[in-house]
Design a protein around this ligand. Structure first.
Ligand SMILES: [Mg+2]
Length: 456
């Protein structure tokens, strides 16, 4: 995995050392020797990860991190702080400024690269969602709301065999309002996970036989738990297992003796990231739904109907019912557009409730509706059309400020085998609709695709 790494340190020798290590692993590297320079580079060069020295004259690493996280353009870039300080309070300060992790000087190569791989893997997934959300925004959809900073009410799964440790960790997380479920082994854990709804898994490496790592890797492999953040709890002597854990899919770790503030800060960061990702995803679903839905009637729109028909014509062949509300202009002229809208909505509802779920009904424009059905004969489609015609005319439609309106539709039907063009199919249905209007309205006519093509 190649990636762009911005290295920030006030001492040139430190920069050169990290640059050499990163280059040897084929990372692209940029260097910054001060806080302001780092902010500038981050905005301009858009790195995938930032390695940030804590102690710098002028603007220190905490301040740089806070500013990066406050800027929408750089907030999503993971930050690893590099420090000679080992005081847990300093680590918490950095985590609260938005840092993803800490490495201590001198930087251990294996740890550095395992951390980078894990952070980049997470960022890749998030970037894919961000990109899709941006596309939706370019199409005119509102950006998603910023997820709440609070993690109260989030659910954590805590897997540990050591009941004393489990209880200590549970209490630390509960102080942030997390609901914690404790599991003692893998079987227990899968039972709990099958219910779903977890925001974080905390796996204790006290489990013998590498069970915690096997669990971490299984969590990643399964679609239902793939996005669940995994935080490892380990002894300093378990370094090689932690590094292996990162490669298997763990997102973060905390070392024993566990500092409760550090655990909470790390848990919060992981949960917030997950919530952010979920917001992006939900927003995308909503945008996609809006992009293919007619706002007035809630039916599919023309864009969707055309795509759907093109798909049917490639595979099964298709029948089309093209329907038009009779004398709709006079409804608008006599009763106003609000009443016109009521009529369109009611017609849409009646069409929809008279069709099978597999048939697509769309508002094609104005007072025109289209039903697309897979691989039907024209005669069978005409039977459906007749049913729809009756459903619309069966009962007058109530509008404001007048007598209930007797509303009818005319319908043209056409059907074609696979391979015929959409233009030919729609042309034939349209010609049949025109004939239905000419023959007195409130009726169904079947179109001839060959004829309509010959006429074109
Ligand atoms: Mg320094």
């Amino acid at each position: 995995m190649t990636a762009r790494v911005l290295v920030v340190d006030d001492i040139l020798a430190n920069l050169r050392l990290l640059e050499a290590k990163l280059n040897a692993e084929y990372y692209e590297v940029a260097l910054a020797q001060s806080g302001p320079e780092a902010l500038q580079q981050a905005a301009r060069w858009t790195p995938d990860v930032i390695l940030l020295d804590v102690m710098m004259p002028g603007m220190d690493g905490y301040e740089v991190c806070r500013r990066l996280k406050d800027n929408g353009q750089t907030a999503h870039i993971p930050v690893v702080m590099i420090t000679a300080l080992v005081d847990p309070a300093e680590r918490v300060r950095g985590l609260e400024a938005g840092a993803d992790d800490f490495l201590s000087k001198p930087v251990d190569d294996a740890t550095l690269f395992a951390r980078l791989r894990a952070l980049l893997r997470t960022k890749q997934v998030q970037d894919a969602w961000r990109l899709r959300a941006e596309t939706a925004r370019d199409l005119g959809f509102e950006p998603p709301p910023v997820p709440a900073a609070s993690v109260a009410g989030a659910r954590a799964l805590l897997v540990s065999e050591d009941m004393v440790e489990a209880e200590t960790l549970r209490r630390a997380l509960a102080a942030d309002g997390l609901e914690v479920t404790i599991c003692v082994d893998a079987i227990d854990t899968w039972d709990a996970l099958s219910e779903g709804g977890y925001d974080l898994a905390v796996l204790s490496l006290s489990m013998p036989g590498g069970d915690a790592l096997r669990l971490a890797s299984r969590l990643r492999a399964q679609a239902t738990t793939r996005d669940l953040p995994v935080l490892l709890v380990a002894d300093a002597s378990q370094k090689s297992q932690v590094l292996r854990g990162f490669d298997l899919g763990a997102n973060d770790h905390v070392l024993r003796p566990v500092d409760p503030n550090e655990l909470r800060a790390r848990a919060r960061n992981q949960i917030r990231r997950k919530h952010y990702q979920e917001t992006l995803r939900a927003d995308l679903d909503r945008s996609l739904e809006m992009a293919v839905t007619d706002a007035l009637t809630g039916l599919r729109n023309r864009r969707y109907a055309v795509r759907h028909l093109e798909g049917l014509l490639r595979t099964a062949g298709a029948a089309v019912l093209m329907m038009d509300v009779d004398r709709f202009k006079s409804v608008n002229d006599t009763y106003g557009h609000a009443s016109g809208d009521i009529v369109l909505k009611e017609v849409a509802d009646r069409l929809k409730s008279s069709l099978r779920a597999a048939d697509v009904v769309a508002r094609f424009g104005g007072e025109e509706f289209v039903v697309a059905m897979a691989g039907q004969e024209a005669e069978d489609a005409a039977v459906v059309a007749e049913r729809l015609r009756l459903a619309v005319s069966a009962k007058p439609i109530e509008v404001e400020g007048g007598e209930p309106l007797k509303v009818t539709i005319s319908c043209g039907v056409a059907a074609v085998p696979p391979g015929v063009s959409l233009d030919a199919l729609l042309g034939a249905a349209d010609a049949a609709l025109y004939r239905a209007k000419g023959n007195g309205r409130n009726r169904v006519e079947i179109g001839d695709v060959g004829q309509s093509r010959a006429a074109q």
